[in-house]
Design a protein around this ligand. Structure first.
Ligand code: GLU
Length: 389
């Protein structure tokens, strides 16, 4: 097979996610030589004019090595303690290795709310943008020490994708011990084919992802495909590649095997991107076929078309909208609190004032706060870009 060189220099803002297994050896701890080589690659990318951000896993893996915790699954509080110990070492390692290339590192620890609540999202985005403006490389991780089950991403693949969309990156690189996407798990199926270009994440592509993860990291192919959906719909390309070789970015450029996911051809505005990528919608609205048609032609969602309201949400929260088939077709910001939404569901806009006792807004979800996230089963989508890798 001939190698195709894949230049990275056309990208202006690149998020690189690094899996734990690349950085940490269970027996010997941090893989310093690998990290130094990685930092040299980052320096080379920056020298070509790109902003570079790192989402680095490894806090828990490093911490459990330092604390000599036994192999196997950890309890939540054990991984939180391991992260507390490991994150210091991890941040120091990045800072030292980058400084060899005269680059300053800045540690950013995020929890789910920092990307999912709009006010905190704007705040985190401003900080990260400021770091970039000052020439520093943000080294980002989940704040595992305080994140508990309900409020955590749990995997850095999706965290990295949310960061990429938050700061308007045009490329997300997921480096781990997996070199890309196969049609089936390659260790189980001898006919598994490697996919080097994915123009669109279809249900068939999702089905290929399976669920497996290695012991050191939480993300498997499933979370990588989820990350791909978040990134590509925001107009950000994604690469899954092996980080095992020293200088993994140079290896990609040199034509090492990697799977490239094309960004969606119809970039939506930052606000809509944020809405579409929300990981935890606070509730759902089930709507009828007439309302579904209205949404698809770009109109707002009126109370009359809403059949059922589920969940507890406040005005401004992100909610998922289920079409006539019961599948999610859109996401949007609620125009009403859940209790009010229940009272006016199915009612004509003219009746709202009498029901609520005040003249509310006409739309349950306004078209500016609405983004379509799912296609009709019979719909073909020809709008996607081809992959130019
Ligand atoms: N945040 C975790 C850590 O630093 C890693 C999560 C993951 O493996 O995706 O240890």
């Amino acid at each position: 097979m001939t190698k195709t060189r894949k230049p990275l220099q056309k990208y202006r803002r690149v998020v690189i996610k690094i899996g734990s297994a690349l950085l940490v050896d269970r027996a010997t701890g941090l893989k310093k030589a690998w990290l130094d080589a990685m930092c040299a690659d980052i320096a080379a990318l920056r020298a070509k004019g790109a902003d570079v951000l790192v989402v680095s896993s490894g806090a828990i893996a490093l911490g459990r090595t330092v604390l000599k915790l036994p192999a196997g699954a950890l309890k939540l509080e054990e991984s939180q303690a391991a992260a507390a110990v490991g994150q210091i070492a991890l941040a120091r390692a990045w800072s030292e290795s980058l400084s060899a290339d005269a680059i300053v590192a800045g540690q950013v620890l995020l929890t789910l709310g920092d990307t999912e609540e709009r006010r905190r999202y704007l705040n985190a985005r401003a900080t990260i943008n400021q770091l970039l403006k000052l020439g520093a490389v943000p080294i980002i991780n989940e704040n595992d020490t305080v994140a508990t089950t309900e409020i955590r991403y749990g995997d850095n693949d999706r965290l990295a994708a949310r960061v990429a969309t938050m700061i308007g990156a045009d490329l997300l690189v997921l480096l781990s011990d997996i070199d890309g996407l196969y049609t089936a798990p390659p260790h189980l199926d001898p006919n598994a084919r490697f996919l080097d270009a994915i123009a669109e994440i279809t249900p068939e592509i999702e089905a290929m992802a399976g669920g497996a993860a290695s012991e050191l990291s939480r993300g498997g192919m499933r979370t990588k495909i989820d990350a791909g959906k978040i990134a590509t719909t925001a107009g950000c390309a994604m690469i899954i590649a092996s980080g095992k070789p020293n200088h993994p970015l140079a290896a990609i450029e040199d034509g090492a095997r990697s799977s490239w996911f094309a960004p969606s051809g119809s970039p939506v505005t930052a606000r809509k991107t944020w809405i579409a990528g929300q990981l935890l919608p606070a509730g759902t609205l089930a709507i009828d076929a007439g309302a579904e048609d209205a949404l698809r032609s770009g109109k707002s969602l009126l109370p009359a078309g809403v059949r059922e309201v589920k969940g507890t949400f406040s005005r401004g929260d992100t909610i998922a909208i289920l079409g006539a088939s019961g599948r999610e077709i859109a996401r949007g910001l609620a125009g009403y609190d859940a209790d009010e939404a229940r009272q006016i569901a199915g009612k004509k806009s003219a009746e709202i004032a009498a029901i609520l006792g005040y003249a509310g807004r006409a739309a349950m979800v306004h078209r500016d706060d609405l983004v379509m996230t799912g296609k009709r089963a019979d719909e073909k989508d020809g709008r996607r870009d081809e992959v130019h890798a």
